[in-house]
Design a protein around this ligand. Structure first.
Ligand SMILES: *[C@@H]1O[C@H](CO)[C@@H](O)[C@H](O)[C@H]1NC(C)=O
Length: 221
């Protein structure tokens, strides 16, 4: 009886700390790209899109119609970064907008930037890609799209907070959260490595979310 209680408690605890935050950099190196362009996330996880240059957006489409908002699309709206993104050090790096998207199911999410022709130019990514080549298939279709269309009605499916800790996920998410950053890269490859990396990321990511929430009230947009 006692034993099973202990097992149950351990299980419950591992479930409550299982939320992870995956960082995606928007326009790293001032290029039209999401980095990484493939993320595996579980329901309860958070994907944090950190905008570091120019004037981009995060929008969601279906797999077959890239560069067009899906029904009830996710949209970050445009997040312009003032100043010279190539300045070194980038004066804005410590105060960049992060669009936080809670993941509510395990379905794939197809993401594009709705600015100008960025979608056609390969600024696309997939959350929970259903196959190894899902991202390249999506990018290939995007390259053929006639138009690049923003969702209507402003921000949807997430909220923006300021990344006051800087663009390095280790700083953003706290001491152990480098693991969460590691998860992104691992998830890109094979499913095999994922479970392990995620388990390691749990503690750090949970702390990171707490840190983010703690800092939120002070942010100005
Ligand atoms: C950002 O891009 C949007 C869409 O093209 C545009 O409406 C907006 O004026 C731009 N903001 C800045 C500050 O350039």
């Amino acid at each position: 009886m006692l034993f099973s209680n202990i097992v149950y408690t351990a299980l419950a605890q591992s479930m409550t700390v299982s939320a992870a935050t995956m960082m995606v950099t928007v326009a790293a190196n001032n290029k039209f790209q999401f980095t990484p362009n493939s993320v595996t996330a579980q329901p309860g996880d958070m994907v944090a899109f950190n905008f570091v240059a120019q004037n981009h957006s995060v929008a969601s489409s279906t797999a077959n119609k890239p560069c067009q908002p899906e029904q009830n699309a996710v949209f970050s709206d445009f997040q312009p970064i003032p100043g010279n993104p190539n300045a070194s050090p980038n004066v804005n790096a410590a105060n960049t907008p992060m669009f936080m998207v809670p993941i509510t199911d395990a379905q794939p999410m197809y993401i594009y930037c709705s600015q100008a022709q960025h979608c056609q130019q390969g600024m696309v990514m997939v959350i929970n890609p259903p196959s190894a080549n899902a991202v390249s298939q999506y990018a290939n279709k995007a390259a053929q799209a006639n138009n690049n269309v923003s969702p209507r009605g402003g921000m949807s499916g997430g909220s923006v907070t300021n990344n006051k800790a800087g663009t390095n996920p280790r700083n953003v998410l706290g001491g152990n959260a480098g693991d969460a950053a590691g998860t992104q890269t691992t998830a890109k490859g094979k499913g095999k490595g994922k479970a392990k990396a995620k388990a390691g990321a749990n503690a750090g990511a949970a702390a990171g979310v707490a840190a983010l929430l703690g800092g939120k009230g002070k942010n100005k947009h």
